[in-house]
Design a protein around this ligand. Structure first.
Ligand SMILES: *Cc1c(COP(=O)(O)O)cnc(C)c1O
Length: 356
């Protein structure tokens, strides 16, 4: 069976050595040694200003929205994983969808200003497939209208834009370290921000609002990363160069062997060093996509319809329509993409895309 992704497992000895340290320390969570070490190593590896590792990639978004959303309107993208919109609704804000750019597939920054009202509090956009949003324009719009910018950078691990980490843009960026993501800690994630003051605000929120054992800064939730998660993160991190090189190999194969008259591929924004996180292809019609999926499934090959449906169609929200996102969501599929995907399987996949 070939799935859209396959979790990277570091050598078990690496993991066992880190787990042994947990037993030696007799400390399982709450700012433990492994947590601090991972935090420090990630900050260095990514070149980020501030980082708070957390227990997954959804809670940091909720925490940022809890601080900045203020139950107002949040301008967001319909083309992302469901968590992006769900967080907005969960934090009692109203999602206002702005359509996407037809090639970059990120929020169309030229349509953001028209969606701003007196109730708008924040912009929550996704660097979908690790492709950066138009961060400079978005920052200018946010400044002009006094809005906060949150990036769902769940796919952004290792991406740089104009020479620095994509996590260094926006008031807050969030990443997921879920098992299916590029870098993982089983479950896990992180919040990134630009200054110490913001870090403090977010830190309190991710630990019940505690300011010492008997004092509370404000409302908080539990989003702490445990030592067991940190142990997995510390075991995976040394393999990032290997992971990226192998994914680049697979990406090059697809680039060279797919016929781009029949499917089109993602356009990566200029000034970006990309991370090979997904390989989306866009078919001419939903019918062609469904037929191709059937052919692949018959050979036990399972790509995924990332991201379908368009989030404006979620059953629990009312929304304006976003015709480009709706159209793309129907025609896009992510091809199998992981480190151990062999050339003989890649050949089968490419052939099945074109021939019945
Ligand atoms: C994976 C993902 C999330 C959620 O991250 P978790 O770590 O699973 O909570 C959020 N947004 C996007 C775009 C994702 O792909």
């Amino acid at each position: 069976m070939i799935n859209v992704t396959k979790t990277f497992f570091p050598p078990i000895e690496d993991y066992q050595a880190h787990v042994q340290r947990i037993w030696d320390n007799k400390w399982l969570t709450n700012n433990g040694k492994l947590y601090k070490e991972l935090s420090h190593k990630l900050q260095e590896y990514l070149g980020v200003n501030q980082i708070i590792p957390m227990t997954n990639g959804t809670l940091p978004m909720q925490i940022a929205l809890n601080a900045y959303g203020k139950c107002g309107e949040v301008i967001t993208t319909p083309f992302s994983y469901v968590a992006t919109t769900a967080c907005v609704v969960w934090e009692k804000c109203t999602p206002v969808f702005v359509d996407i750019h037809p090639e970059y597939l990120t929020i169309d920054e030229t349509k953001i200003e028209a969606a701003i009202t007196s109730k708008t509090t924040a912009i929550l956009a996704t660097h979908v497939y690790g492709n950066p949003c138009a961060v400079d324009t978005i920052e200018a719009i946010a400044k002009k209208h006094n809005l906060k910018v949150i990036y769902d950078a769940a796919h952004g691990f290792g991406v740089t834009y104009k020479g620095q980490s994509i996590f260094n843009y926006g008031d807050v960026s969030t990443c997921s370290f879920h098992a299916t993501k590029l870098f993982h800690s089983g479950e896990g994630g992180a919040l990134f921000c630009q200054d110490e003051e913001t870090r403090k605000e977010m830190w309190y929120r991710h630990n019940f609002g505690h300011d010492g054992p008997e004092k509370y800064h404000g409302l908080g939730i539990n989003a702490k990363m445990s030592e067991l998660q940190a142990a997995m993160g510390l075991s995976v991190l040394p393999y990032m160069e290997h992971i990226l090189a192998e994914r680049k190999r697979v990406c090059n194969y697809y680039d060279q062997h797919l016929e781009f008259s029949k499917v089109s591929k993602l356009k990566i924004r200029e000034h970006t060093q990309w991370n090979y996180s997904y390989y989306p292809v866009i078919f001419k019609s939903e019918e062609e996509l469904l037929e191709t999926m059937k052919r692949l499934a018959a050979q036990d090959i399972h790509p995924r319809r990332y991201f379908y449906p368009s989030l404006e169609d979620l059953p629990y929200i009312e929304s304006n329509s976003c015709p480009i996102a709706k159209d793309i969501a129907k025609r896009v599929m992510c091809l199998p993409f992981y480190t151990t995907l062999e050339e003989k399987d890649l050949e089968i996949i490419v052939n099945l895309i074109y021939h019945g």
